[in-house]
Design a protein around this ligand. Sequence first.
Ligand code: ZN
Length: 74
Amino acid sequence: MRSENESTSQITILTPEHLSGAQRVYMTAHSSCAMCDTKLEIRHEINQIEFKIKEEAHCPSCGIRVRSAHHVLH
Ligand SMILES: [Zn+2]
């Protein structure tokens, strides 16, 4: 079973620590649940062996997974 939410999302951000102020605002604005407007919990897992970033966002209220993506570090 593969995730229907998996996509190459428009987010090119690696970690929040790397964001500029404007990018941080952008990210925050897109981090609310579309269903209930609860602030999403976004987690990044960095695989330092394969150099991939796994991004998962889920709503703590609904429990739905909103987005997941894999980014390859260059
Ligand atoms: Zn929700």
